[in-house]
Design a protein around this ligand. Structure first.
Ligand code: FAD
Length: 445
């Protein structure tokens, strides 16, 4: 827009005689036939950015710019010549389609971009040698050295990112499929899936881009000094990708949007309505009432062997119940603050840190569900076996890094750690084929 575009689409609030009709889309001509900005139009380029400088990012200021009435995109709603506003109920929400499709693409993109970084770091870790194989002998220097992938910490850091990359790609695929269905429904006037799709895609965009960016940074660090060099490929990739945490919506704002939906669903479930879709576990919110059932009982499990903690059903219920209990407790706190006299906005802001966590634990559950359902569809048993390991690793590392949200006994916490260590060894054997399976050509790095 800063330098090249002749026209753009502006998303803006439609106001007719002081009445607001919400955001609509308007085509605006920016430049004349000599490529000079039209009167009142001030386009520009934002200047050098932290990353992603290959993509030009423009800004635009408009002063009293007039456009023809029919340059508003009017397929589903119109402003007539007499200034009256007409909206077709059937397609009243269709303008959300672009936003949802971009979010679905960003979830998938987070997975693929992270996979690129992991590919570089895993392959590098298999050829980079550091540390002697026998540090206890008298002449260490005569011993060969280990490839750095041998080290447990290197495995933990990299295989965590590898599991996230697969998890995000699977989730992106599933969200894209759901998006196609939602768009089909919208075309027939059925908007019932839209609120959930809107809320979950907001939370997933926020979480996956954030995890993708921090995961890439971890991959970069895993390459040591070479990760600092632009020649590694992973350093510039990390900088470029970080901009995605902000573009298309700041993380916190999107997570608060997602949380608003979850809290609303709890209220609806408690008043007897049925919650459908990925948040259907909130139907149990009606059973958990302050003072009647201690929510933490939902977080206790009878699991006392390694095998128990490899069971994807058990892991799914741990994630599901963490989301249920956290959302219910936050909703209860919000309601009690309002009851105590706080305004809704002040009460909301007093719970905001927990509200974003509601979105995150909901999304981690959604991601695990998608991971498991994609695995269930795999027929090749060898592929299935290793992807099950990655899925277990995704879930168990997530649990270990958020132990405070589960009522696990001391012994169970030890089992979580020990199963992670077993899985790292199993994934180590197949880590190169697992990154090569993404089939990135060398020229893309
Ligand atoms: C590379 C790039 C490309 C972009 N491309 C486009 C584009 O094509 N089209 C377009 O329209 N926009 C574009 N944007 C703009 C982008 O959508 C916004 O920058 C983004 O949504 C954040 O808004 P902001 O910059 O106003 O930040 P702010 O809203 O000012 O946020 C600053 C900080 O305040 C916090 N904050 C703000 N409000 C709240 C609140 N209510 N509660 C809690 N915390 C809050 C945020 O979490 C954040 O930490 C682009 C941005 C970037 C970086």
């Amino acid at each position: 827009m800063g330098k090249t575009s002749t026209h753009c689409l502006v998303y803006a609030n439609l106001i007719i005689e002081g009445r607001e009709y919400g955001f609509h889309v308007f085509m605006v001509q920016l430049r004349d036939e000599n490529h000079r900005p039209l009167p009142g139009v001030e386009p520009g380029e934002v200047g050098p950015k932290y990353g992603d400088n290959g993509t030009e990012t423009g800004f635009l200021r408009l002063f009293n710019v007039h456009i023809p009435r029919n340059w508003m995109l009017m397929k589903n709603q119109q402003v007539l010549e007499d200034g009256s506003y007409v909206k077709e109920d059937k397609n009243s929400k269709a303008q959300y389609g672009t936003m949802l499709s971009i979010r679905a693409g960003l979830v998938m993109g987070a997975g693929y971009r992270l996979a690129q970084g992991v590919t570089i770091a895993v392959r590098y870790s298999c050829v980079r040698h550091q540390g002697f194989t026998n540090t206890q002998g008298e002449s260490n220097r005569a011993n060969p050295e280990h490839p750095i992938i041998h080290y447990q910490n290197q495995q933990y850091r990299l295989f965590k990112q590898l599991s996230l990359a697969y998890a995000f790609v699977f989730t992106g695929k599933s969200i894209s499929d759901k998006f196609q269905k939602t768009m089909g429904d919208l075309a027939t006037g059925d908007t019932s899936d839209l609120p959930e799709m809107h809320a979950t895609s907001a939370g997933l965009k926020a979480l996956c881009t954030f995890e993708g960016a921090s995961g890439l940074e971890e991959c970069r660090k895993c390459c040591g000094g070479h990760g600092v060099l632009l020649a590694s490929g992973v350093s510039q990739m990390t900088l470029d990708y970080t901009t995605y945490c902000t573009a298309e919506g700041d993380r916190i704002i999107l997570e608060l949007q997602s949380a608003r939906y979850l809290i609303k669903m709890i209220t609806e479930a408690r008043s007897g309505a049925t919650v459908h879709g990925m948040a259907d576990y909130l139907n149990e919110a009606g059973k958990i009432k302050i003072g009647e059932v201690d929510p933490s009982v939902y977080l206790q499990y009878r699991a006392d062997t390694d095998e128990d903690f490899k069971d994807l059903k058990l892991l799914s219920s741990l994630f599901r119940n963490r989301a249920l209990v956290f959302c219910v407790e936050t909703a209860d706190r919000l309601n009690s603050l309002i009851k105590d006299g706080l305004s809704y906005d002040d009460a909301w802001n007093s719970c905001a840190v927990d509200l974003v966590k509601c979105s995150r634990v909901h999304c981690y559950y959604v991601i695990l569900q998608n991971f498991v359902s994609q695995i269930n569809a795999i027929e090749d048993m060898k592929v299935k076996r290793i992807l099950i390991c990655l899925c277990q690793l995704y879930a168990l590392i997530n649990i270990m890094e958020d132990l405070g949200s589960f009522e696990l006994t001391h012994k169970q916490k030890g089992l979580v750690r020990s199963v992670i260590n077993q899985l790292l060894k199993e994934v180590r054997v197949d880590c190169v084929p697992l990154v090569d399976a993404f089939e990135f050509p060398v020229s893309t790095f």
